[in-house]
Design a protein around this ligand. Structure first.
Ligand code: GAR
Length: 203
């Protein structure tokens, strides 16, 4: 499945996806990586893996719609069949989502619907929850609101800071995201409205 990834930052989830492909665990082909930020770790990691990259800096466009139009054209040119958001820190507009005919997935560092948006780990620490975690979900027209494919809990420790919790959640993200994508491309993700059922693994 021809896959594009959008990432804004360091790109550790992108790296986990690249490595899962390289080890043969994830049957997708990452054909292009895009970023709204130049010079990011995500772009560097992609180039090192020999993947085509493209930057869509928001300041180069008169408005967000123009930037998203370019992303749509770029996906069409690369015959993309799956879009993965890996730390892409811009919310895609409802118009963009409506124009994409294939699945779009996102990973978010909390147990949604708790703590959507930015700084999910800080929100969790400040709220005082005892458990947080991460969520892989289908992207819909809302903010971190699409149907949930996989979630995994991570305990919040009394001494946790935003950084320490983020680090422990990240380790789980690196396992959960490739696994969710694998289940999707193997046709094991069945959707019933908001509810997603994972078909049992054979063998
Ligand atoms: C990850 O924790 C990801 O879940 C989060 O940004 C980080 C990116 O790290 N995404 C969001 O908060 C999206 N709302 P990475 O660049 O090392 O993959």
């Amino acid at each position: 499945m021809r896959t594009a990834i959008l990432a804004s930052g360091r790109g550790s989830n992108l790296q986990a996806l690249i490595e899962a492909c390289q080890s043969g665990c994830l049957p997708i082909k990452i054909v292009a990586v895009g970023s709204d930020q130049p010079g990011t770790g995500a772009l560097k990691r992609s180039e090192e893996a020999g993947i085509l990259t493209r930057v869509f800096p928001i300041k180069n466009y008169p408005h967000r719609q123009a930037q998203e139009e370019d992303i749509l054209i770029w996906m069409r040119e690369n015959r993309v069949e799956l879009l993965l958001l890996a730390g892409y820190m811009r919310v895609l507009s409802p118009q963009f989502i409506r124009q994409v005919s294939f699945p779009v997935l996102n990973i978010h560092p909390s147990l949604l619907p708790a703590f959507p948006g930015l700084h999910a780990q800080l929100q969790a620490v400040e709220y005082g929850v005892k458990v947080s975690g991460c969520t892989v979900h289908l992207v819909d027209e809302g903010l971190d609101s699409g149907p949930i494919i996989l979630q995994e809990a991570v305990p919040v420790l009394p001494e946790d800071t935003e950084e320490s919790l983020a680090q422990r959640i990240l380790e789980v993200e690196h396992r959960l995201y490739p696994e969710a994508v694998r289940l999707l491309v193997l046709g094991k993700v069945q959707r019933f409205g908001r509810r997603v059922q994972i078909l049992q693994q054979e063998g």
